[in-house]
Design a protein. Structure first.
Length: 247
């Protein structure tokens, strides 16, 4: 077997399917970590050749493989501050119970993880929107920050769902002169966020709006359907990706 085939077998049927779809595998090595808040951890890596091979785009993400009860378990994470020349980046983990969070809490310099690149892409909408309309939470914060970094000239309204008191300390890359951050505590499994966005989005969503949604799967699905069907926004002006499912 070649190296790619060995990775596919090690990653189970999911890895085999991704390999058939043209995915590429890389090995990341930990160089350090910091506890940003008690519920949020940043881990720094060397990229194993990923950035030289694939380049960089806003909200770029990879699938990281962890072991869960002896079986492969993959989760997607957005690259934070990727440096193509140095071959480095960070990943940020919203900590909870689970194999990814367990690994992030205990990792040390020299530890490695396997990663698969498949499916990540981004195109700046044209015509360019006058304002970014963003809905996210701690799991998608790295992608939210990447989106803001990539469009430094655009104002943005961000609805951000919080779950912990420590979320007030999260590393938002917002500029108070250009960005409006609307925090929404998570209640009723995300229903409060859905109601808040449905009430406030129409006043901001003109015909050339760009709406970017990345929350739990059910919330993302509900808000994407609202933006596309009830607000009649074209599908290319609504980006929606469910980042997690409640356990």
């Amino acid at each position: 077997m070649g190296p790619g085939e060995e990775h596919a077998v090690g990653h189970g049927w999911q890895g085999a399917v991704l390999k058939l779809m043209g995915a590429k595998d890389f090995t990341f090595t930990v160089t350090g970590a910091e506890q940003v808040t008690e519920d949020y951890r940043r881990v720094r890596f060397t990229d194993g050749g990923l950035l030289a091979a694939a380049g960089i785009h806003p909200t770029m993400w990879v699938r990281i493989w962890f072991e869960n009860a002896g079986k492969p378990h993959q989760r997607a994470y957005t690259l934070v501050d990727p440096d193509q020349e140095a071959g480095t980046f960070s990943l940020e983990f919203a900590l909870h119970d689970g194999p990814a969070s367990h690994w992030a809490r205990g990792c040390a310099p020299g530890d490695t993880v396997e990663a698969t690149l498949q499916g990540s892409g981004f195109e700046t909408p044209e015509p360019r929107p006058e304002r970014l309309l963003v809905v996210g939470d701690a799991a998608s914060l790295p992608a939210v920050n990447s989106l803001l970094d990539a469009h430094p000239d655009l104002p943005a309204t961000i609805w951000f769902e919080t779950q912990h008191a420590s979320d007030e300390e999260l590393p938002f890359r917002t500029d108070p002169d250009r960005h409006e951050l609307r925090r929404v505590p998570r209640q009723r499994s995300g229903a409060d966020l859905v109601e808040r966005v449905r009430a406030e989005l129409p006043a901001l969503a003109g015909p050339e709006a760009y709406v970017w949604i990345a929350c739990d799967t059910a919330t993302t699905r509900a808000l994407a359907a609202y933006a596309r069907k009830e607000l009649a926004l074209p599908k290319e002006r609504v980006h929606a990706l469910g980042y997690w499912r409640p356990s």
